[in-house]
Design a protein around this ligand. Structure first.
Ligand code: 3PY
Ligand code: MG
Length: 263
């Protein structure tokens, strides 16, 4: 059973410990989620948009992270709101939804992820009840505040509509996707997630989130970028995908071995 019955969304909103660092996993292997959960990540994200998780492997991934006593969030594919409520049923602590471009998109996301009166999430959280150790009535009363619904802002349209998106009741915060946003802002000319245009967009988004009292998250390609984001005041950051971390670790081990052998 998880130790995170009431914790994650509160910790995220209070920006405890100077902000949350999340693991980001696209390789659809629950055992990989188990291993990474042992590191000092505050939460684990399973990426179903560009990663290869299906519903069964994701539900098993959720269970492996829960086993480590940690919260777990799923990023759904674009507009796959039906999967959002299934993942919450499986015990996810939150949903990140890509390409939310308008208040209407945000309302559709809330409809699937929050019970009335905020939304129309349908009942059936059997695995979530098991993971959280909550009775059904308790879960119904608490689920809307226990889980986080995060809208990705990663287009020019979304940036222009950021106040309307943040004003939707049930949206707990936004997540900046710097790669897609850089492609959108350059009209397809550039992939530049670390550029002045993105930094400017993030500063603007941060100010708007603070004005609405909502959370701001962003994808950082590595630890250095994640550190900059935390210093700026972001609430949840990614410090690189697991593939990048795995390959960087392998590279360092090989370089070190060669250096010692040849030195
Ligand atoms: C982006 O940078 O566009 C993302 O969606 C992060 O994965
Ligand atoms: Mg994206």
């Amino acid at each position: 059973m998880t130790t995170d019955i009431d914790g994650f969304s509160g910790r995220l909103k209070r920006r405890e410990n100077g902000g949350v660092i999340a693991a980001w996993i696209g390789i659809p292997d629950p055992m990989l989620a188990n291993h990474l959960s042992q590191e000092a990540f505050d939460v684990v994200v399973l990426d179903m948009q560009h990663g290869m998780w299906d519903m069964t492997s994701a539900a098993n991934g959720v269970a492996q992270v829960r086993l480590a006593g940690k919260p777990v969030i799923a990023r759904i594919p674009v507009a796959d709101f039906a999967s959002a409520s299934r993942l919450l049923d499986a015990g996810a602590s939150g949903i990140i939804a890509p390409m939310i471009n308008s208040a209407d998109d945000a309302r559709a996301l809330v409809k699937a992820t929050k019970y009335p009166p905020l939304g129309e999430r349908s009942w059936g959280p059997s695995l979530a009840l098991n993971h959280l150790g909550l009775a059904a009535e308790d879960y119904l009363q608490r689920a809307n505040s226990l889980t986080v619904t995060i809208a990705m802002v990663e287009t020019r349209t979304a940036l222009d509509a950021i106040d309307e998106i943040l004003a939707v009741d049930g949206i707990d915060g936004i997540f900046i996707g710097p790669s897609d946003l850089s492609i959108a802002l350059s009209n397809g000319a550039r992939l530049a997630p670390e550029s002045p245009a993105i930094d400017q967009a993030i500063s603007h988004a941060l100010a708007r989130c603070r004005a609405h009292g909502k959370v701001i998250c962003a994808f950082g390609g590595d630890g250095a970028r994640a550190g900059q984001f935390l210093k700026l005041g972001l609430d949840l950051v990614i410090a690189g995908a697991e593939t990048a971390q795995l390959r960087a670790g392998a590279r360092t081990a090989i370089d070190t071995a060669r250096k010692i052998a040849n030195g």
